[in-house]
Write a protein that binds this ligand. Structure first.
Ligand code: FDA
Length: 517
């Protein structure tokens, strides 16, 4: 019988032949070296449901050290007909960047070593490589200027490769829009292994990669982002109210006012269970946390005019710098130094969880909230985050980027539940499905909108990656229109043009339209 070399040998040889930059063995990990392979694979994984012996593992993890390595990886994926996944920060909720549930063997291209950041204050821009985290970007900007920032995610360990290509929402979105709205250029390796910038890729592909979700159109090498002006002093505060403290009434009011408040104010609500006063049972606590791009005095005026019911006082407010507010909004303890951003230490450790999201266009009535509280308290560790829209989000057209959740959205709800390692997850997975069903009448419909960066495979997934049929396309439109509304159809067209062979594919990648032979 002829000798068939194992994939780790053939892929390495192919990379070496096709890369202008030598491939050091230290960039190449296989299960033969089990400890370094597993520690790298698990190093950025946030969703521990997708870690452990029962989960399908890649045959190789390749960590490119330069752009030619990424090109070679794509060329070799095509030549050897081997499936690749691309990972930047590993924060995907369903782990599609490093776990293939539906196609093996597969190789992970992990951009963890491509994390250069080059800030240009005079031009108000920065080039950022895809493997950098948003915290590193915030840190580098603040190192150069106290009056510039960038509007993206709240958690500081998200990889900007996946984050920006799925949209990127955060505490400055009401003032400046989302991260994808503030991208000027990008470098991408396309399905033929070419490096393209904005001019070379054309406006349609540049549109698709700013919100169309990761892992569908190519491998983003770097983004050129547009810095925004932030004041030298910003103000933050946190105020909590339980249901006994009129929590429901306040939240009813918040739904009306939060999307209409001054664009400089971002006031979100975290909802958790809490013990009641006598400690015998549980109630719901609503925690209002805010970033205001301005002074305490100005904020107090804005709150007095727009949301006096919260009863904000001067003592509640903390004046600080924008970069310190990043730590505050990410829930780091107030003694934490800025170094955590550079050291990529998260305030939210990886865990066993399931998350879902909804968008709300009409305020949820009191009866709806009362039912929600009842269901919420049935679960051990439930969590919700209500994120206000409005402001700049209202003024950007739905088709300006693939991220369509703009005009008329009052707020977004993020739901999650978490559990311990040895617990049976099915109880918790069932609970969150019940919660999602319960919320159906109160949230957006036709389609029920969802956020691609809060990936949820319950919405559906590609099953047949190599030989998709019309039926598979119809299935994909079920989740595709939830994430992208009508923009999904343009994403299909762009995909068909730039990657008709579906080199970049995963459980919820945009499928190419079928070319009838
Ligand atoms: P990861 O590497 O897992 O990739 C995610 C997707 O993008 C995959 O499909 C992957 O293949 C693809 N991809 C990765 N790198 C790519 C590249 N270079 N080119 C092309 N495709 C690439 N979101 C938000 O908007 N605001 C927030 O505040 C938060 N907060 C938050 C907290 C925590 C704890 C988690 C776990 C997640 C969030 N998110 C979030 C969601 C986050 O934006 C989302 O998971 C991003 O896709 C993460 O990007 P990573 O590069 O880290 O993920």
């Amino acid at each position: 019988r002829a000798y068939t070399a194992p994939i780790e040998e053939t892929f390495f040889r192919c990379l070496s032949v096709n890369s202008k930059l030598a491939i050091p063995l230290s960039s190449y990990y296989t299960p033969n070296n089990a400890s370094s392979f597993t520690s790298l694979l698990d190093s950025t994984a946030q969703s521990l449901r997708y870690v452990g012996p029962k989960v399908p593992k890649p045959d190789i993890i390749f960590t490119p050290l330069g752009e030619p390595h990424v090109q070679a990886a794509v060329i070799c994926s095509r030549r050897l007909n081997v499936h690749i996944r691309v990972r930047s920060g590993g924060h995907d909720y369903e782990a599609v960047s490093y776990v293939s549930q539906i196609e093996t063997p597969f190789i992970v291209i992990d951009l963890v070593r491509l994390r250069g950041i080059d800030v240009d204050i005079p031009r108000k821009t920065a080039w950022v490589q895809a493997g950098a985290t948003d915290g590193e970007v915030y840190y580098k900007i603040a190192e150069r200027s106290k009056v510039h920032g960038f509007p993206m995610g709240v958690c500081t360990t998200i990889g900007i490769g996946g984050h920006i290509t799925g949209g990127g929402i955060g505490s400055m979105m009401r003032k400046f829009g989302i991260a994808a709205d503030n991208v000027l250029d990008a470098r991408i390796v396309d399905s033929k292994g070419r490096i393209l910038n904005r001019a070379a890729m054309g406006e349609d592909l540049f549109w698709a990669i700013r919100g169309g979700g990761g892992g569908s159109f190519g491998i983003i090498l770097a983004w050129r982002i547009k810095l925004v002006n932030v004041p030298q002093t910003v103000t933050v505060f946190t105020v909590s109210k339980t249901l006994d403290q009129d929590g429901t009434k306040l939240l009813l009011r918040w739904q009306e006012v939060a999307p209409k408040l001054d664009d400089n104010l971002f006031l979100n609500v975290a909802i958790r269970p809490a013990p009641t006063g006598n400690g015998t049972s549980r109630t719901v606590t609503t925690t209002y946390r805010a970033l205001f791009l301005g002074s305490r005095t100005h904020l107090l005026k804005v709150m007095e005019e727009g949301f006096p019911e919260l009863g904000l006082t001067s003592q509640d407010c903390i004046e600080t710098s924008w970069i310190e507010s990043v730590l505050y909004m990410a829930l780091f303890p107030n003694t934490t130094g800025l170094e955590v951003l550079r050291q990529v230490i998260s305030s939210i450790p990886p865990g066993y969880f399931k998350a879902k999201a909804d968008f709300v266009r009409v305020p949820i009535p009191e009866s709806g909230l009362n039912g929600l509280w009842k269901l919420f308290l049935e679960e051990e560790s439930p969590f919700m985050q209500w994120t206000p829209y409005g402001g700049m989000m209202e003024r950007i057209f739905e088709d300006a980027t693939p991220f369509p959740h703009r005009r008329g959205i009052l707020f977004e709800i993020f739901y999650s539940t978490s559990w311990q390692k040895d617990e049976d997850p099915s109880k918790h997975m069932n609970w969150i499905k019940r919660l999602y069903n319960y919320m159906g009448p109160y949230v957006s419909s036709s389609p029920r909108e969802a956020y691609v960066n809060y990936r949820d495979l319950d919405l559906g997934m590609n099953r047949n990656l190599k030989n998709a049929t019309d039926y598979d396309l119809i299935e994909a439109s079920a989740w595709g229109t939830k994430y992208f509304k009508r923009n999904f159809y343009k994403l299909l067209e762009v995909k068909s043009r730039v990657d008709p062979d579906n080199i970049f594919r995963h459980e919820q990648s945009i499928p190419p339209l079928l070319v009838k032979g």
